[in-house]
Design a protein around this ligand. Sequence first.
Ligand SMILES: O=C(O)[C@H](O)[C@@H](O)[C@@H](O)[C@H](O)CO
Ligand SMILES: [Mg+2]
Length: 382
Amino acid sequence: MKITKLTTYRVPPRWMLLKIETDEGVVGWGEPVIEGRARTVETAVQEMEPYLIGQDPARINDLWQTMYRAGFYRGGAILMSAIAGIDQALWDIKGKVLGKPVYELLGGLVRDRMKMYSWVGGDRPSDIIEQIRTLQKGGFNTFKMNGTEELGMLDTSAKVDEAVRRVAEIREAFGTTIEFGLDFHGRVAAPMAKTLLRELEQFRPLFVEEPVLAEQAEYYPRLAEMTSIPLAAGERMYSRFEFKNVFAAGGLSIVQPDLSHAGGITECLKIASMAEAYDITLAPHCPLGPVALAACLAVDFVSYNAVLQEQSMGIHYNKGGELLDYVVNKEDFKIIDGYCNPLPKPGLGVEVDEERVIEAAKNAPDWRNPVWRHEDGSVAEW
Ligand SMILES: O=C(O)[C@H](O)[C@@H](O)[C@@H](O)[C@H](O)CO
Ligand SMILES: [Mg+2]
């Protein structure tokens, strides 16, 4: 079998789907994208084509290593997202050729169902209590929200109180009937992280995500020393070569590689097993589309340390498109009592509605995240 064609589709709300065709008619789908840089990743995918056209799609490991090493420069958000989507599509092809879901090719199920969580509250966390109540009715009992709005490197007690009050209200309203993670979203700098973690500890959030920016990862062990709140990070790290330093330094309790940013299934499997050796749990990042989610689930169902899975149903970014819009087998993604079952179909388990994708690609948005500014006019971490 040989790879014959790669086609990318930028589609609402902010995703990109990749179709890899072969000379035997088997097609694989991937989701290579960096939110806000879809066109850049699209070009990176196109630049990877010479490594792929005419090659045997079954040789995922050689194709992965070639895409990673052959261009001399390597790593980073763009190249690793391009490789990620291609890798996902190659695993999809392999599973379809062998008539098995990807997790069967990786040693079979390590669990019967996977715990999912839902975003609430939007960019500027608000209206959270009502949103949790609504999602609880849909079976969710685990949530994530932004921990703060924009925050200066050194900010006021009033801003700290605002973040704490929001969390206090959630515990007040729901007690321990729900769990929730707080995403600091890179908005909190090291001077403020210690204060916020200390003030929030009494409410026992399930985790605090990106307590500081990934480029400040050396703070993870220091922050972990002063709080019992599990620290989570990983969406802005792109290969095992980055994660190895973070694992060795300590401080992370939860690692969150993104299956569409960190080299795909081939790479994230390695990251997951490295994390297990350090007793670090896995909670893949996935605010994206259905193929990315299916790739996450393929890794979740074979990784003992997988504990939580993000999914984008109802997320504040999904304007103009929702998680399952391009999926034919929507029923396979049903979330029951907050869990998702293994996707039963061969490959990644997503039957893509190609006509809907092609139609939607005609109005592909150039989604960008907002540019926030502090009161003094300086740019704020969004
Ligand atoms: O945890 C999450 O989902 C992420 O922090 C998410 O909010 C961002 O990755 C966003 O998608 C960037 O455009
Ligand atoms: Mg996050």
